[in-house]
Design a protein around this ligand. Sequence first.
Ligand code: SF4
Ligand code: SF4
Length: 87
Amino acid sequence: MKSNGLTKHISGTKDFISIDQNKCNRCGQCILVCVANLWRKIDSAISISEDYKERCLECAACYQVCEADAIEFHYPSGGTGIIYEKG
Ligand code: SF4
Ligand code: SF4
């Protein structure tokens, strides 16, 4: 379990975000909206950071903003993922 004082991430969380490159139109909206700065455009392909499971805030903003329906997002199952420690 990793903590930064505001959130804790439970290790062992399975993949919960994926991108369909065939649907992605490289609009870059996921890059702009992600408060955790997890999305990248490399050689015109969009990808999410390999360690996103440890840093993602599970806000689902990337999923909501993707008009091409290229991002698949499922909240991690109970007892995994992020725990907010304040608020
Ligand atoms: S918002 Fe969707 S379509 Fe746009 S770059 Fe991100 S994944 Fe691709
Ligand atoms: S769910 Fe939120 S924090 Fe996680 S990758 Fe998407 S926009 Fe970033």
